[in-house]
Design a protein around this ligand. Structure first.
Ligand code: NAD
Length: 514
């Protein structure tokens, strides 16, 4: 139920932000009287004015990062892990404040703001373990008296460009791994969420000072727009650029980094679907769908955007979903009972309405989607999530609209459902709700989902850090976080050692001088 009481009795966002930034150790000068205005999506009020870096500042940061890298790469990896452990401790100690700041700056509900910080803590723990497990292979040599092996070395400064919707966790997925790998990092956060980035930088500096001896400039923050990001994409001294954001941005970044033969880790837009089959547990499906589609106000890269439902269960599921959509708590994300906070800004709201207009013009049946609380909060954009029953997967359905719109498509076979599922340009996350083992395994097989993440009986969003995270096609192909994603932050050397007294050549080649 839209709760008209939500938000009452709350402290003004700006006042709360000041308290939190101070508690997190962010100096006033780094968020007051700057040139870039920061607004909270909760009320639209100004919560900071941050100074911005220029492209020249960015180039100097790269030079500092190179010097830091040259020192850091010689520190033993388990010792590097100790710095990340201390960062995790700072995050634990400041979880409440940082989580709350995520809520104020990005508009996430309280448990999601805290969850984002928990994810940072989890990846720090993971990286600490990893610092003793940067394993290479030994390989059988075809030559007698020879041994082959693979070693992994630090690669250099890593540029990290992040999106507004995970303003702190995405940095940590990259930075925790890069730091134990022996790299320095330079972070360009979203221009919409610089305050949380400043807070994380302050926590990093505390960890570095407790560590003692971390090189100056090991982790740097550059607040600015695309021109500052472009320095990272174009500078040959930055061998790896990890960029999270829209496919539009990734197309530019990917090309620019490739032009100079750099390595990019691209984490771009998703258009995630769930298939519901006749054998599905509908109660469980309903809950999984509701969280994945409406949570974070539809502003997750893994948000469920397409629901592909078999005709046999359509009428048993969709009316229940419509009821859930009409009664979900929308409002101030700080308020208990709120499940849907605001959209990030007016442009996001307009993008949503444009998509709904296109669906309407195609004859879709739309439930919800309207703006709410506009009288009370004219500068904030709260919407009722939209459920859109649509006959066909038309062009707008194939596009990622970064707002809570769930398109519902009716199907009659698993083959048809998988074809629809894969029939979009993006390939991030996916799921199937079924109790039929054959269907579940088919979905996970080579002829099933074409995404980087494929789930059974859970929705597509809410990944854990232990697995590699990322997707295919226009999602960019990058992998971050768990599994062996660390390899992207290191360079691999294949070593062959001859411990014999002769020099046999591979493939039987002979080259005898004399
Ligand atoms: P965005 O593309 O507008 O901005 C992302 C970042 O890229 C910002 O820091 C921005 O300043 C920077 N940027 C933009 N143009 C650039 C350029 N030419 N050179 C260098 N940097 C540039 O994205 P957003 O609106 O902040 O975030 C929403 C998008 O991010 C959605 O598409 C969402 O799916 C995607 N996302 C993907 C993942 C993932 O892991 N796949 C995770 C979170 C968000």
């Amino acid at each position: 139920m839209a709760n008209s009481e939500t938000g009452k009795g709350q402290r003004p966002v700006a006042e709360e932000t000041v308290q939190l930034l101070r508690a997190l150790g962010v100096p006033d000068k780094s968020w007051r009287n700057g040139t870039r205005t920061v607004r909270s999506p909760i009320t639209g009020e100004i919560i900071g004015e941050v100074p911005e870096a220029s492209p020249e500042d960015a180039a100097q940061a790269v030079a500092r990062s190179v010097a830091a890298f040259e020192a850091w790469r010689t520190v033993p990896a388990p010792r590097r892990g100790e710095l990340v452990r201390l960062l995790g401790e700072e995050l634990r100690a400041h979880k409440a404040e940082l989580g709350r700041l995520v809520t104020l700056e990005a508009g996430k509900i309280v448990s999601e703001g805290l969850g984002e910080v928990q994810e940072m803590i989890d990846i720090c723990d993971f990286a600490v373990g990893l610092s003793r497990q940067l394993y290479g292979l030994t390989i059988a040599s075809e030559r007698p008296g020879h041994r082959m092996m693979e070693t992994w070395h630090p690669v250099g400064p890593v540029g990290i460009i992040t999106a507004f919707n995970f303003p702190v966790a995405v940095w940590s997925w990259n930075a925790a791994l890069a730091l134990v790998a022996g790299d320095s990092v330079i972070w360009k956060p979203s221009e919409k969420t610089p305050l949380t980035a400043l807070a994380v930088q302050a926590l990093f500096e505390r960890a570095a000072s407790a560590f003692g001896g971390a090189p100056e400039g090991l982790s740097q923050l550059l607040i600015g727009g695309a021109d500052v990001g472009a320095v990272l994409t174009d500078d040959t001294r930055v061998p790896v650029v990890s960029a999270t954001g829209s496919t539009r941005m990734g197309r530019i970044v990917g090309e620019r980094v490739a032009r100079r033969f750099g390595r990019s880790i691209l984490e771009l837009g998703g258009n995630n679907a769930a298939i519901v089959r006749p054998s599905a547990d509908l109660d469980l499906s309903l809950r999984g769908i509701a969280f994945a589609a409406m949570g974070t106000a539809g502003q997750r890269c893994t948000t469920l955007r397409r629901l592909i439902v078999d005709g046999a269960v359509y009428d048993a599921l969709i009316p229940r979903l419509v009821r859930a959509y009409s009664s979900v708590g929308i409002g101030d994300p700080r308020e208990a009972g709120t499940l849907i906070g605001p959209l990030i800004d007016k442009a996001a709201y307009e993008g949503m309405q444009k998509a709904l207009d296109a669906a309407r013009a195609a004859g879709a049946r739309i439930h919800g989607g309207e703006r709410v609380r506009a009288d009370e909060r004219p500068d904030a954009y709260y919407v009722r999530p939209a459920l859109v029953e649509i006959g066909e997967q038309i062009e707008i359905v194939k596009h990622e609209t970064f707002a809570p719109i769930l398109y519902v498509l009716r199907t009659s076979s698993l083959e048809e459902a998988i074809a629809l599922h894969n029939g979009v340009p993006q390939g991030l996350s996916s799921s199937i709700f079924t109790n039929d083992l054959r269907e579940a395994e088919t979905f996970l097989s080579a002829e099933g989902s074409d995404c980087g993440i494929a789930n059974v009986n859970i929705g597509p969003s809410g990944a854990e850090i232990g697995g590699a995270f990322g997707g295919e096609k226009e999602t960019g192909g990058g992998r971050e976080s768990g599994s062996d994603a660390w390899k992207a932050y290191m360079r691999r050397a294949t070593n062959t050692i001859n411990y014999s007294r002769s020099l046999p050549l591979a493939q039987g080649v002979s080259f005898d001088i004399d």
